[in-house]
Design a protein around this ligand. Structure first.
Ligand SMILES: [Fe+2]
Length: 455
């Protein structure tokens, strides 16, 4: 095996001829050679030497400091160097001491065999190279381990920082979402208020339908965001009617001209077009567009049928029909007559409100599969069976019947159109007194819509 490095070897002997002989031998093999004629000189040379000394060969018998003592000292300067001791046969004690105390690796007896000496020098230097390589490999591994550790720590910190960033971003997103949602509801309320100002009757209808669809939709286990969309769509479902003549809006007159009918049938599309301007309400727009579709495909505007009609629209259609009968009293006479005829009861058996509710339920059952989705009708009936009829806490009263604690469902105007109080106002004694005074000069509408005071 060839040596990889050019090695420096030191030889120490007080006999100049021996020193020269060793020097000659070593130079032949291209080693860098340092020589010293005494231990002290050797130590001085070692201290000055900049490059590492790989091998130190020392004679044992020298004045002042012998070879084993010198080699022991040299160990402090170059601890890795291989140490050879040159000695005579009789110096067995010196050899033992040198091996034990001076860390001597080999001893050579004088006179030596040149080839044998060179072989031993080569072998020792190979061993020296192996030790050094091993050590540098160990150092490299240690260094890489440290780097890896540092990298891991850095990575951990980065991951923590990143996680923190994600948590922060999430917080911001949630906040933004809440703000968006809040501003969406503000916009929806603004639209509802617009309907309220233009056609108060329509606003009450939208409000009641939206309350009902929330309850039906919740009863059907729909996810909350979908329920909210359906609720908003129900609130605004007839917004496309704004601008139509009042008699068309009220829908009580079934004898409209074909032109009037087609005008009225445009309201779902117009409604969708109106909410198109509100961000994030695309889905709501679709629900509004399809609220007059029929389960049998005979509805408008697209003639969709069965499950191709969005579920929200099918729910709105049922609640819309119920409220039109029970609260707007559209076709009330014909429907109650129909109910009474089919159930073989007379009008005296039921209170007016209850009769209308029963007639409405009968109508929904009759038209499940044709006008309405039978599953939604079933859901609505099941809901009523479990929770009772939708609460009718709304009242139509006159100014004399106002009581503190009642809440205005619609904004209050005088007959001349003077704005008096906004909707949602909780009436107080003072408000009622002022309204009565104003009523003397500028009469207030005959019917006022309120929510009964909470007990
Ligand atoms: Fe409608």
């Amino acid at each position: 095996m060839l040596l990889k490095y050019k090695h420096t070897i030191m030889a120490v002997d007080d006999e100049a001829s021996i020193l020269k002989a060793i020097q000659r031998l070593l130079r032949k093999e291209n080693y860098q050679v340092l020589t010293a004629s005494s231990a002290m000189e050797g130590i001085e040379l070692l201290k000055k030497e900049k490059k590492p000394v790989s091998l130190i060969i020392s004679d044992q018998r020298m004045p002042v400091m012998n070879g084993s003592q010198f080699l022991k000292k040299s160990k402090e300067i170059f601890p890795d160097a291989i140490r050879f001791l040159l000695t005579g046969y009789s110096d067995l004690n010196a050899i033992i001491a040198a091996v034990n105390e001076g860390g001597v690796h080999r001893y050579l007896t004088k006179p030596w065999n040149d080839e044998d000496l060179m072989l031993q020098v080569r072998q020792s230097l190979q061993q020296y190279e192996l030790v050094l390589e091993n050590r540098s490999l160990l150092l490299l591994t240690k260094k890489q381990n440290q780097e890896l550790n540092q990298f891991n720590k850095h990575l951990e910190t980065k991951v923590q920082e990143r996680s923190q960033e994600i948590v922060e971003k999430n917080k911001q997103l949630t906040h933004m979402n809440k703000e968006l949602e809040a501003s969406l509801f503000k916009t929806v309320r603004a639209f509802a208020a617009l309907i309220e100002m233009q056609v108060p009757e329509l606003a009450g209808h939208g409000r009641r339908v939206s309350q009902m669809v929330r309850q039906i939709a919740q009863f059907s286990d729909l996810p909350e965001n979908e329920v909210t969309h359906i609720e908003i769509a129900a609130l605004l479902h007839d917004i496309g009617k704004l601008g139509l003549p009042l008699k068309l809006i009220e829908g009580k007159d079934n004898n409209g001209t074909p032109a009037e009918k087609s005008l009225l049938q445009k309201h779902p599309e117009d409604g969708q077009n109106i909410v198109r301007f509100i961000k994030n309400l695309d889905h709501v727009g679709l629900l509004i567009r399809s609220h007059h579709e029929r389960f049998d495909g005979q509805g408008y505007p697209d003639g969709l049928r069965e499950e191709t009609i969005p579920l929200g629209s099918r729910i709105i259609a049922v609640a819309d029909a119920y409220d039109k009968i029970v609260n707007l009293k559209i076709n009330a006479k014909a429907l109650t007559d129909d109910y009474l005829k089919n159930h073989k009861v007379t009008r005296d058996h039921l209170a007016d409100g209850e009769l209308l509710q029963q007639a409405a339920l009968y109508h929904l059952k009759q038209f499940g599969f044709t006008r309405y989705d039978p599953d939604v009708v079933k859901m609505f009936l099941e809901y009523i069976k479990q929770k009772g009829m939708p609460a009718r806490s709304e009242k139509e009263i006159t100014i004399d019947e106002l009581e503190p604690g009642m809440v205005l469902i619609q904004s209050l105007y005088s007959l001349k159109g003077r704005f008096l109080l906004p909707h949602n106002t909780v009436l107080t004694e003072e408000y009622i007194q002022k309204l009565n005074i104003m009523h003397q000069n500028d009469p207030i509408a005959e019917v006022i819509y309120v929510l009964e005071k909470q007990r």
